[in-house]
Ligand binder design. Structure first.
Ligand SMILES: Nc1ncnc2c1ncn2[C@@H]1O[C@H](COP(=O)(O)OP(=O)(O)OP(=O)(O)O)[C@@H](O)[C@H]1O
Ligand SMILES: O=C(O)C1=C[C@@H](O)[C@@H](O)[C@H](O)C1
Ligand SMILES: [Mg+2]
Length: 171
């Protein structure tokens, strides 16, 4: 079985995915990391040099690769379910869980990462203040929520027990 985690940047897909993989004895795969390794580059560099459209095609190809796997939990990129037919394909090939975290928390985490100079999120790199970042993240949420909310189920606050109960109900 394949499990896909979707959600806004900084919602904890990578962190929570590793925890779930340990619990279920699944392999963990991070789609962003897979793209970086396959292209011998970083996501900010790919955005800078080739642009977002090019990145979205790499992302679609990387997602396609995961459909051949089994017993794997995949942390997707924040935008993965919002492009092409990626979300339908994930639902056809696995179970999709939306990690729903409130905007205030997402902004705090992203702001802290930026202050530590961990600028790994090209979509938000131009924000110069907390308020500006808040606006950008809120706008992304408005644009994307209709995709995230089509997941097979959603969890709040990265709660492992809630995740396992809802996963069982879907199997
Ligand atoms: N349950 C949690 N409680 C508090 N902080 C958390 C939690 N989960 C993740 N974080 C922190 O939030 C930040 C984002 O987490 P993570 O990288 O797992 O998110 P992501 O959804 O994979 O983000 P991206 O879309 O950018 O890949 C990290 O600094 C991480 O340490
Ligand atoms: O939200 C997004 O569109 C993105 C999130 C990251 O996980 C990366 O996939 C990339 O930075 C784009
Ligand atoms: Mg991640």
């Amino acid at each position: 079985m394949l499990i896909y985690l979707i959600g806004m940047p900084a919602s904890g897909k990578s962190t929570f995915g590793k925890l779930v993989a340990q619990k279920l004895n699944y392999t963990f795969l991070d789609l962003d990391t897979l793209i970086e390794e396959d292209n011998n580059s970083t996501i900010p560099k790919i955005f800078d040099t080739k642009g977002e459209d090019f990145f979205r095609k790499l992302e679609q190809n990387a997602l396609q690769f995961t459909f051949n796997l089994d017993k794997t939990i995949i942390a997707t990129g924040g935008g993965t379910p919002c492009f092409f037919d990626n979300l339908d394909k994930m639902k056809e090939n696995g179970i999709v869980c939306f990690i729903h975290i409130e905007i205030k928390t997402l902004v705090k985490r992203t702001f802290q990462a930026q202050q530590r100079k961990q600028n790994s999120r090209p979509l938000f790199k131009d924000s110069t203040s907390f308020e500006e970042l808040y606006q950008l993240v809120s706008q992304k949420w408005t644009d994307r929520k209709e995709f995230y909310q089509k997941a097979d189920f959603e969890i709040k606050n990265n709660d492992l027990n809630e995740f396992l109960e809802k996963l069982n109900a879907k199997q």
